[in-house]
Design a protein around this ligand. Sequence first.
Ligand code: SF4
Length: 317
Amino acid sequence: MTQKQERYRSYSSYLKEKYGEKVYKLPVNLPVSCPNRMEGQGCSFCSGIGTGFEAAPANIPVKEQLIRSREKIEKRYHAHKFIAYFQNYTNTFLPLPALLTYMEEALYCPEIVEISLSTRPDCIRDDYLRAFDDFRKKTGVEISLEIGLQTVNYHTLKKVNRGHGLAEYLDAVQRISCYGFPICTHMILNLPWDDMEDVIESARILSALPVDMVKLHSLYIPKDCLLYEDYIGGRITICPKEEYLDRLVQFVIHLREDIVIERLFSRIPEENAAFSNWHTSWWKLAQLWEQRMEEEDLRQGCRCDYLNGAALRRWGL
Ligand code: SF4
């Protein structure tokens, strides 16, 4: 086990434990949009092309998209097992029969062990979950759900134009957990209106819920998003790198130790962004964060002492 893996529960270790070997995600881009973009202008940080900057065009058949990315990854990593990752926009914002057809198409390759569906909290409904459960039973292929939340501060959720509050997220997580599908939550730790208290409260709320994974990133500003003008005009500021690293440390140490951290930093191509990661590579950021964790000998969950009757423990009961 590497030093890095000892400080937090990494996604690669989790996949190895679950599937017995390394597993790689193959991105799939479906012809789907998002209710938040259809009903308004979308989240203020969202790029016009959604989140899949490196995704293939959505008009390419699912099978073809998988073959293309699988070839590249197989050559590079000698991989044998894969996750079909329906990544862009809101994948459960499709009529259920159409979505199931795309999911079946992904199974052309017997090495697909899981289908991961990226979506929003207000696009989770019981009939879809029942159908995913049937699909999983019929095929033996795992289904996981990635839910965007970004922050637990419902005032900030309004400011970034998420189009849902905290209640929809709580509802979605509880519904999904009834079926036992792994749940991953996407979080941004430096939205301009959030402070350290919001970051810690985010870790605490996720830890109190049946959440299995988190995917973290720092806010980046695509040139075609709503926040772009505010950023260029100086109406919003992004916290300095040092503060972001502090926030990330605090988030991780308050997070339940069994929650898998799928990603610590993300990135977008420099040419697409007005701001991204303080012009620092993601691996450099990861190194700086690890140094901080090591200097103070911190580990994921070492401040997760607030669940299951904390006051009773404090009083020796
Ligand atoms: S939910 Fe996702 S795809 Fe929809 S507007 Fe927000 S960031 Fe964009």
